[in-house]
Design a protein. Structure first.
Length: 292
């Protein structure tokens, strides 16, 4: 089917923003030109891509299917353009990274600082999402690489995985509220008698912890599930329960202590992942070298 790429580019911007006016601003063309392009594309495909109303624009089911294919294609073309325009001396270009808030704050900042000092001409773009959502960003071409907890069941085989740091997850509590846990080692079964604070089900950490309890034939029902390790630490600090967090984000323990567990907790890794079937941009290669 002979369809101009520009029509798909217009479709992508409308679908991504769900706004004809916003797409016109991004594309530097009139809103009527955007509307006309969508009409031409719908006519050529023989389907309706958007449901239009006075208040909002929505994708049809067919439009959602098309977006899943057009989005990575547009991002791949933009990525190719950026690589072609990069100078051989890394005087420009862009580094696009996906990582969780916790990984960014407690692990990546020193490396980003070093990269910025060594390559001041490279624009750094960091997108914060959960480790599972970061895989989606990588697959759609919105980032060049991700830094994620590993194991990560959402990472497909076509991704190249580079281990960069080994860490240990720990259970923490406030000694003023849980003095009975400070002087002895307890089992996971006994731990379940106390409120458990952990990340929500969409995280790799939650997946890891639930699997750990299942291995010991235990059913984990957390008291609180949140999207931030910082909040988990804060809630543990005021005595709301025993929090499960990575050891690298414990910078100022204060009244917090590590609850000693009888069962051995497996170590995990932080890894860099990128698509093994696509060329790695020069800026991303330079960043990866920091961990060699």
């Amino acid at each position: 089917m002979d369809i101009n790429y520009e029509l798909y580019r217009v479709f992508y911007h409308v679908a991504a923003s769900l706004s004809f006016s916003e797409a016109s601003k991004q594309l530097f063309i009139s809103q009527s030109a955007v509307s006309q392009s969508i009409k031409v594309l719908e006519k050529k495909l023989g389907i309706t891509l958007f449901i239009r109303s006075t208040k909002k624009v929505q994708l049809t089911p067919e439009g959602e299917i098309l977006l899943r294919y057009v989005e990575p294609a547009v991002n791949l073309i933009q990525r190719g353009e950026a690589q072609v325009m990069e100078s051989s001396t890394l005087g420009g270009g862009q580094l696009r990274i996906g990582a969780s808030d916790t990984i960014c704050r407690y692990f990546l900042v020193p490396y980003l600082n070093r990269f910025h000092k060594e390559y001041p001409g490279v624009h750094i773009k960091v997108t914060n999402q959960t480790s599972t959502r970061c895989v989606d960003l990588l697959e759609s071409g919105q980032v060049d690489l991700i830094v994620t907890n590993y194991p990560n069941s959402h990472l497909p085989d076509r991704m190249n995985v580079i281990p960069i740091h080994t860490f240990q997850d720990v259970f923490i509590a406030n000694r003023e509220y849980y003095p009975e846990l400070t002087e002895r080692t307890i089992s996971l079964k006994e731990l379940l008698q106390h409120p458990i604070l952990m990340l929500d089900r969409k995280s790799t950490t939650s997946e890891f912890l639930h699997h750990l309890f299942q291995q010991h034939q235990l059913d984990l029902v957390p008291e609180i599930e949140l999207g931030s390790n910082d909040l988990l630490i804060d809630l543990a600090n005021i005595g709301l329960g025993v929090a499960f967090v990575p050891d690298y984000c414990l910078t100022e323990p204060g009244n917090l202590f590590q609850v000693q567990i009888e069962e051995a907790l497996p170590t995990r890794e932080l890894v860099i992942a990128h698509n093994a079937h696509l060329p790695v941009p020069q800026a991303a290669r330079a960043f990866i070298q920091f961990f060699a």
